[in-house]
Write a protein that binds this ligand. Sequence first.
Ligand code: ADP
Ligand code: MG
Length: 331
Amino acid sequence: MIRFEHVTKRYDDGTTAVDDLSFEVAEGELVTLVGPSGCGKTTTMKMVNRLIEPTSGRILLAGEDIASADPVELRRRIGYVIQQVGLFPHKTVLENTATVPHLLGVKKDKARARAAELLELVGLDPAVHGPRYPDQLSGGQRQRVGVARALAADPPVLLMDEPFGAVDPVVRERLQNEFLALQRTVRKTILLVTHDLDEAVRLGDRIAVYGQGTVEQFAAPAAVLAAPATPYVASFVGSDRGLKRLAVTPVTEADLEPAAGAPAADGARLPLGASLREALALLLQEDSGRLAVVGADGSAEVLGVLTPAAVHRALRRAGERETESEGGSGA
Ligand code: ADP
Ligand code: MG
């Protein structure tokens, strides 16, 4: 859907912000770009909607070279969400959300009705928040309006540059979870920039780990954590990457031990497919050190039992799998 082919950006002062970048984002995929400040993430993103032109290489959107697209028409197909949100201070939340459809010639009533739907979608009550002005909202609420506005023209592609960066960690985690739930329904093709590895791991179907203007590794979060492709990636993901991997490794049937006898009726139950992190959190509260695992739909039938040793085995096994399938692969 979005394809970078040997893209380089050198600014007039000689700074090479992006150096021979090649990777592809599949349709409906959410790819996070993660790396330290100044590594070229924003430059990468702004080349997709042609706010910045590459020095060499090309970018294809749905097979079409964007260099030959009309920039205005291009931006209609691409929603853009930035950290500063960029809401118009003198317009209400509803008017802000309706801006793009309105510009596209949608009649005012219809644009407003659509804006109200979108506010609902991002968890704001249009009757309560719609008539307010941006400075009457909290940071997290403004961020939601930014997302609603980006979705208003129903673009197939979303670019999100540190979208949750301006809110505190608790609100951020809630926004991230809501955003993931939203993405499961809208299935946009998304490039999301963050400098926060935890956010990249939590949100990304795949992660592009940036060095200086280059992608050091492009792989699923579990693969990046289990098998960093380079020493740089290893130091970026840190020595606690095992802990981070817990969050992206699901409990599978192979991890379970037989449920011998009837398990305690009131013990905690974990649905199959939940993360090892959730499993470990529950296990730590269980006096028995055993956790009954039920079907992914939360059904009553106990499929087996998970123990701390099984969590350890599952993590080791998942690590070996990732190393075999993706180890050493770069962009
Ligand atoms: P990130 O978003 O990862 O923090 P940027 O893409 O904004 O990184 O910047 C990458 C590099 O390019 C940095 O060294 C930055 O200073 C430089 N840079 C960004 N914009 C310009 C510009 N307009 N002119 C010159 N250098 C720039
Ligand atoms: Mg940036």
